[in-house]
Design a protein around this ligand. Structure first.
Ligand SMILES: NC(=O)c1ccc[n+]([C@@H]2O[C@H](COP(=O)([O-])OP(=O)(O)OC[C@H]3O[C@@H](n4cnc5c(N)ncnc54)[C@H](O)[C@@H]3O)[C@@H](O)[C@H]2O)c1
Length: 262
């Protein structure tokens, strides 16, 4: 199926690695021009270079901290000056903080809400007016099944992601006739650097035996018998940001190997 993204300008925030990068790979292969933005500017630049060489598409790497509205405005201006008016925005940037709520501090909650909720707000608020004026746009925000199911040790991450779900559904209602769609992609556990970093910490804290037992328990929660790979998520996002998905808005699509089926 032709996704019809050829020639479109696509901004992937948190795109230096992981799910964001995997999605950029699909879209660049389909002929979209891509800006990869990340707080790690050097990684964004290196990833952009790699993707441009592999796909032949126009790809740029830009630095941004999504918590800073001024930086976000500069990012969007720079991206549009380089790859053209944006028609696709993917918000993939996030941080994790593995902690019991009782052990956490207000500064932990603030950092999480800043990145995972204010980040998407800053991005959507900056990009949306142009998309509405041009009467076309596709926005996908990454949430998490932890927002739907709750997840011990990830309470304020789950809360921030729940906020993103409510935000996206509400804006989708406000701009329904504008040609801009907004949706949520909610992944289950996916093998990215973010997950690997959390797992490494858990392994060190628990010791080998307990960690191996935990791994088996986690896997049993996935009816498909495996965890996700970035490409599993990227395929679904790429469909949601395509012209083919013009009658899908305000939806939460879980791509999770059957982990949650509510
Ligand atoms: N991997 C999983 O198991 C999983 C599960 C559920 C949801 N998700 C969600 O999917 C999305 C992608 O996750 P991933 O696993 O690919 O993560 P990742 O850590 O591999 O990629 C996220 C990127 O965001 C960047 N980033 C962090 N803070 C930033 C900031 N302030 N400004 C700009 N960029 C910033 C990081 O540098 C990183 O490159 C996230 O929103 C995450 O919450 C992931």
């Amino acid at each position: 199926m032709d996704l019809e993204v050829r020639g479109q300008a696509c901004l992937v925030v948190g795109g230096a690695r992981g799910i964001g990068y995997a999605t950029a790979e699909v879209l660049a292969r389909e002929g979209a021009a891509v800006a990869l933005a990340d707080i790690d500017g050097a990684a964004a630049a290196a990833s952009a270079q790699r993707l441009a060489a592999a796909s032949g598409a126009k790809v740029v790497g830009l630095k941004v901290d999504v918590t800073n509205l001024e930086e976000v405005r500069r990012l969007v201006a720079d991206a549009e000056a380089t790859i053209g008016p944006l028609s696709i925005l993917i918000n993939s940037a996030a941080v994790l903080d593995d902690k019991l709520f009782v052990d956490s501090q207000p500064s932990d909650w603030k950092r999480m809400i800043d990145v995972c909720l204010f980040g998407p707000m800053n991005m959507i608020h900056t990009v949306l007016p142009g998309m509405m004026e041009r009467r076309y746009g596709r926005i996908v925000c990454l949430a998490s099944d932890s927002a739907r199911m709750g997840q011990a040790r990830l309470s304020y991450y789950a809360a921030a992601k729940g906020g993103v779900v409510a935000l996206v559904k509400s804006i989708a209602q406000e701009v329904g006739t504008s040609g801009v769609t907004l949706n949520i992609l909610s992944p289950g556990a996916t093998n990215t650097e973010l997950r690997a970093e959390r797992e490494a910490k858990m392994r060190a804290d628990m010791g080998e035996e307990k960690y191996a037992r935990r791994q088996k328990t986690v896997l049993r929660m996935y009816p498909t018998g495996r965890l996700g790979e970035p490409d599993d998520i990227a395929s679904a996002i790429s469909f949601l940001v395509s012209k083919r998905a013009s009658w899908i808005t305000g939806q939460v699509l879980s791509v999770n190997g059957g982990f949650a089926m509510p």
